[in-house]
Design a binder for this molecule. Structure first.
Ligand SMILES: O=C(O)CCC(=O)C(=O)O
Length: 293
């Protein structure tokens, strides 16, 4: 299948963009899960959350989008059809993510059960959640999450949750395997990977052309078609991006964070946190030139 990643057209699966490995068979095997996370930098867990719960949440999001006149009238609500050339819609995140039908997904017991057992202690999730409705031709550039939320626990994990069945051509989460542990990425981890977008007033995205990263530093990009109920978990120094949405349907997803409850939290994302607060004064291109990457 032809898909787009950044602005390059590629075949999926192929040598350029391989397939993410499912670790669902390791559920219940804590050592196995940690080993896999250490090795791959991510855990794709298919069918972790009840499918119907996710589809109910999808309906709530799309009803809110219909009320914002973001959808094409007289099209099936659950298809989430956008007007021609539709761009990403700003969702009223804090209202939506507190809706019980959405909270049932984002704070699902399966996620707490998983993280409580992985950490061997109670976990917490950030009250702030990043809900996305991604439009046509849009995608997320490659980055580490550390630069946005690295002030608290060193055991912080992102969970990316698709709201529905999302094929790769609709824009799904892709992982750069090796970016968290290969020596060839060490300089990136030690420079860009230590930034804080607010403290350093620097752009957060590392690269708009994800394929350029593996051409220059090695590793491998991996992607997938996702179904409602699947999740992917990764750490703060796993480079990731999304494929480009080539369809006329919004890509709906949310990314949430989990950490041990006993560890400090990045104060920007607590209940009363102010989120990001600084304006960008340093562009990534010149910073990378300075770092020699
Ligand atoms: O959903 C996306 O496009 C990007 C998600 C992301 O960057 C994340 O989950 O950290």
């Amino acid at each position: 299948m032809r898909i787009r990643f950044g602005f390059r057209d590629l075949e999926f699966p192929s040598a350029h963009l391989g397939e993410l490995r499912d670790s669902q068979d390791l559920l219940g095997d804590l050592d196995g899960l940690w080993q896999r996370l250490k090795e791959d930098g991510y855990l794709l867990l298919r069918r972790l959350i009840d499918r119907q719960t996710v589809m109910t949440g999808r309906e709530t999001i799309l009803e809110a989008m219909r009320a914002q006149h973001a959808l094409v009238p007289n099209t099936p609500l659950l298809d989430g059809v956008m007007p021609p050339g539709g761009k990403s819609v700003r969702l009223r995140e804090n209202q939506l993510t507190h809706d019980p039908t959405i909270r049932n997904v984002l704070e699902n017991h399966a996620l707490f059960d998983l993280f409580d057992s992985l950490f061997g202690e109670p976990s917490l999730t950030f009250p702030f959640k990043w809900m996305r409705a991604i439009g046509n031709e849009q995608y997320t550039a490659a980055h580490y999450d550390f630069v946005y939320m690295g002030r608290g626990s060193g055991n912080l994990y992102t969970v990316w949750i698709p709201f529905g069945d999302i094929p790769i051509e609709q824009g799904t989460l892709a992982i750069c395997r090796g970016s968290h542990n290969l020596d060839s990425f060490a300089r990136i981890r030690d420079t860009y990977g230590r930034m804080d977008v607010d403290r350093d007033r620097i752009e957060g995205h590392f690269e708009r052309d994800p394929m350029d990263i593996i051409d220059r530093f090695g590793g491998a990009w991996l992607g997938a078609n996702y179904s409602a109920g699947d999740v992917i978990i990764f750490g703060m120094h796993t480079m990731h991006a999304s494929t480009t949405n080539l369809t006329n349907r919004f890509r709906l997803s949310c990314d949430v964070r989990f950490q041990p409850a006993s560890e400090p939290m990045d104060e920007r994302w607590t209940k009363l946190g102010r989120g990001h607060y600084a304006s960008v004064q340093r562009d990534m291109k010149s910073a990378r030139e300075q770092w020699g990457i």
